[in-house]
Design a protein around this ligand. Structure first.
Ligand code: B1M
Length: 215
């Protein structure tokens, strides 16, 4: 197979052997972020479709996710960056009950490589842990990720909790993840939250949102 098709297939097949060599060759052709966006994410999309239609079992999805993570980790040091952190501080978490973190970690990479400091507290984070960390690290905004449909409900509950603690004005919130839609966030959740809540469809929109929210 040609290099870029092979890279996509490596994600689908969860095949790690020779991954680094292929990534090195790919970086001769295009920048790391283009490899992620154009080739690796395409592989993850196929995995999602195969899993969703019952043609792929969970352990294989996990293997694909691990190859994806290894690939991103290999590419990350080669990205152009402004790691000054001076533009503001963002807290990132995957919400309670949800383990998906590839997308959240991509947001971390893009945002922290573009002048922000990111406090990434990981997966399955209940609202108490999110708000404690936000307080402790004096963040300027809170980002929540979730891929399960039930995570969209958790996000709503989290916003309600922030309202009832009277801290909605203090923290603009950015939400992302495959189960969300723009209209759910910008219409339904916007009505719920007393502060500023916005939707990011991908990591770059996340960065642009930060630029707007921090302006
Ligand atoms: Co899961 N899974 N999974 N899974 N998994 C989905 C989400 C699913 C849609 C697959 C499917 O059925 N087609 C489905 C959810 C269905 C639903 O809720 N209706 C599903 C399911 C059912 C499950 C389990 C329940 C399966 C089971 O146990 N029977 C289980 C859930 C466990 C749990 O969370 N409690 C489960 C487990 C797993 C693995 C562990 C095997 C693995 C995750 C590994 C990991 O993340 N460390 C996994 C994977 C890999 C997937 C799919 C195939 C791929 C997700 C992914 O990484 N995509 C996924 C299919 C899909 O999403 N269509 C699926 C690539 C990633 C870059 O995209 O995260 O969307 P994404 O991020 C994007 C944007 O959304 C955005 O930026 C990124 C791109 O730039 N973004 C943000 C994301 N977060 C953001 C935050 C922001 C801003 C933007 O600001 C804060």
């Amino acid at each position: 197979l040609p290099l870029f098709e092979r890279l996509e297939k490596r994600i689908v097949d969860g095949e790690r052997n020779g991954l680094e060599a292929d990534l090195e060759a790919a970086m001769q052709e295009k920048p790391p972020l283009e490899i992620i966006n154009q080739n690796l994410l395409g592989g993850m999309k196929i995995v999602g479709d195969l899993f969703g239609s019952g043609q792929m079992q969970l352990p294989f999805v996990l293997q694909s996710a691990e190859v994806m993570k290894a690939a991103v980790a290999h590419l990350e040091p080669h990205m152009e960056k402004d790691d000054s952190g001076g533009k503001g501080r963002l807290l990132l978490a995957t919400v309670k009950g949800d383990v998906h973190d590839i997308g959240k970690n991509l947001v971390d990479i893009i945002v922290s490589n573009n002048g922000y400091e990111v406090v990434n507290i990981g997966i399955k984070q209940p609202i108490n842990a999110i708000l404690d960390a936000a307080e402790e690290h004096k963040v300027d905004a809170i980002g929540m990720s979730g891929l399960l449909v039930k995570s969209t409900v958790i996000m709503k509950e989290n916003l309600e909790e922030m309202n009832s603690r009277g801290i909605a004005e203090k923290y603009p919130v950015m939400l992302g993840g495959a189960a969300l839609t723009r209209s759910y966030v910008e219409n339904d959740l916007d009505e719920v939250y007393q502060g500023d809540v916005r939707y990011a469809k991908d990591a770059f929109e996340g960065l642009h949102l930060m630029d707007r929210m921090m302006a």
